[in-house]
Design a binder for this molecule. Structure first.
Ligand SMILES: [Zn+2]
Length: 429
C-alpha cells in the first residue's frame, strides 16, 4: 500500500474506461489487503473465492453496515495500535458512535482527497481559504479540509466555529477567495455581510459541507438559492463521511460531485442489496481504495442518492453523485406516502421570517406522526407566516405546526452535535 499521495497522480481526467481499469486494479489490491490484514474481513470473506475482484464481481461480496462497525469496532482495525496516527468518532447522529482509526498514510490520502476536491471546484494554489468548521473535537473532516488546503498550495484561515462578526472581519481584512462551511451557516454569514454593508465579492467559491444545496432535479434548494443570492455561481456541494474517507465535490458544472479517480468504488443499492441502474435512487455504498487503517468493503452509508449517468461537461472520467436526498433511517411513512424530512425542510428554508425549525417524529410501524416546530422572527406566529399551508402546498400532507422560542430552538438544533440536527426520531419501533 502507498505511503504518499501526490496531486500530480490525480487521474480524474482519464477516460471512463481508464478510470474503471485503474479502480479495478486498486480494488483487487484493497480486497486482498482486507483479507490478510483486517480481522473482521478475514472472517467475513473467508467463505468467498480468493480471486482478483473487480467492479463486476464486487457484487458477489457481502456489504458492510454501520451496525457491523459498531458491533465489531476493533476487528476492523487493520494495523497494530502502534501504526495508528489519529483516532476519531463518527458523529453519531444515528446509531451508536464508534471509533475510526487512520494511519499516517491515510491522513496523507485524505489531504490528497480534499486537494483533488478543491481543485475540481476550481480552487487555485496561492488562494486563501476561510475554514468555518472545527478541526478538533475528534472530527476528521475539518482536519481533512485543512490538510487539503495545504496540499493544494493554498493558505488556510482556520477561524473555525467563530462568530459571524469574526468571520466578517476576516472577509473584510484578508479577502479570502474561498469559504468552507455548512450551507445554513454560510447563508447567515451572507445575510450578516449584507446587513452590515461588508463587501463579500472576493469570495468566488463556497465549498458546502453537511447539507445538500440541490434537490433531486439538481435545482438549488431554497437554501442553495439563498447562497446563490449572496454569492452568485459560488456554491459547490460536497458529500463525505468519516468512514468512507473520500469526498465527492462539484466541479465547474456544479451538477453532482466527483470522487477522486483512485480513491473509491461507488455502487447504488436497493433495499435488497442489488445494484440499481445509473440515475435511479438507492443507498450510496462505497468501497474506499488505498486505505490502510480501517479498510471497508461495500460500506452502506445509509445515505440515499443517485449516480448522474451523462458524461460531465468538465471532461472528468469519474462518476458524479447527485445530492443526498435523505438518510435511509429518516425515511417517513405518512398515509401511504414515503418521503424524507428534506421535503419539509426545503419549504421551511424558503419562508422569510422562519429563523429556526426542527421536526419531531413519533408513531407506529404503520404511519409516522410528524410535528414541525418553528421559531419565527419578531414575535410572528407560524400561522401569520402561513407555514402549514406552504408545507401542504409542496408535500400534500397536513402536519401540525407548533411555535417554539428562537433561543430554545437554536439550542436544540445546534446543541447536540457538530452538525445542525433538525430531525428528532421518537418512533418506538
Ligand atoms: Zn465535472
Amino acid at each position: 500500500m502507498k505511503k504518499h499521495f501526490e496531486l500530480s497522480e490525480d487521474r480524474s481526467f482519464a477516460s471512463r474506461e481508464e478510470v474503471r481499469s485503474l479502480q479495478d486494479r486498486l480494488l483487487a489490491e484493497q480486497i486482498r489487503y482486507c483479507r490478510t490484514e483486517s480481522p473482521f474481513y478475514r472472517g467475513r470473506l473467508a467463505g468467498f473465492p480468493d480471486r482478483e475482484y473487480d467492479f463486476d464481481s464486487l457484487r458477489e461480496l457481502p456489504t458492510t453496515s454501520k451496525q457491523d462497525l459498531a458491533e465489531h469496532n476493533e476487528e476492523f482495525f487493520a494495523v497494530p495500535v502502534t501504526g495508528i496516527a489519529d483516532i476519531c468518532f463518527t458523529s453519531g447522529t444515528t446509531g451508536t458512535p464508534c471509533r475510526i482509526v487512520y494511519t499516517a498514510a491515510d491522513l496523507d490520502r485524505l489531504a490528497y482527497n480534499d486537494a483533488c476536491g478543491y481543485r475540481a471546484a476550481g480552487m487555485l494554489p496561492g488562494e486563501k481559504v476561510l475554514l468555518t468548521c472545527t478541526i478538533d473535537r475528534c472530527f476528521i473532516a475539518g482536519l481533512a479540509y485543512y490538510q487539503g488546503v495545504v496540499k493544494l498550495g493554498a493558505a488556510a484561515i482556520r477561524n473555525g466555529l467563530n462568530t459571524l462578526d469574526s468571520h466578517a472581519e476576516v472577509i473584510r481584512t484578508l479577502r479570502p477567495e474561498n469559504i468552507v462551511g455548512v450551507p445554513s451557516f454560510l447563508a447567515k454569514l451572507g445575510q450578516y455581510l449584507a446587513d452590515n454593508g461588508i463587501d463579500g465579492s472576493c469570495v468566488r467559491r463556497l465549498v458546502c459541507i453537511g447539507e445538500p444545496a440541490r434537490n433531486r432535479n439538481m435545482e438549488p434548494t431554497p437554501l442553495g438559492a439563498k447562497l446563490d443570492g449572496f454569492w452568485p455561481g459560488a456554491v459547490h456541494s460536497t458529500y463525505a463521511s468519516s468512514e468512507i474517507v473520500t469526498s465527492f465535490t462539484e466541479c465547474s458544472a456544479r451538477c453532482g460531485g466527483h470522487p477522486p479517480a483512485d480513491l473509491a468504488v461507488v455502487e447504488i443499492l436497493d433495499d435488497a442489496g442489488n445494484r440499481v441502474p445509473d440515475g435511479e435512487v438507492g443507498e450510496v455504498t462505497v468501497t474506499p481504495l488505498q486505505v490502510t487503517g480501517m479498510p471497508l468493503v461495500r460500506f452502506r452509508t445509509g445515505d440515499v442518492s443517485f449516480i448522474i449517468p451523462e458524461p460531465c461537461p468538465c471532461g472528468r472520467g469519474t462518476l458524479r453523485l447527485g445530492p443526498i436526498l435523505g438518510r435511509k433511517a429518516q425515511m417517513l411513512k405518512v398515509r401511504g406516502t414515503t418521503l424524507f424530512p428534506n421535503a419539509f425542510f426545503n419549504v421551511l428554508d424558503g419562508i422569510p421570517g422562519v429563523v429556526e425549525y426542527y421536526m419531531e417524529v413519533r408513531g407506529t410501524a404503520l404511519s409516522d406522526e410528524i410535528t414541525i416546530c418553528v421559531a419565527c422572527r419578531d414575535g410572528a406566529s407560524p400561522e401569520d407566516l402561513g407555514v402549514q399551508e406552504k408545507l401542504y402546498g409542496r408535500t400534500r400532507i397536513h402536519v401540525p405546526v407548533v411555535a417554539v422560542d428562537p433561543a430554545a430552538a437554536r439550542q436544540k438544533v445546534f446543541g447536540v452535535s457538530r452538525k445542525p440536527v433538525r430531525f428528532f426520531d421518537l418512533r418506538k419501533y
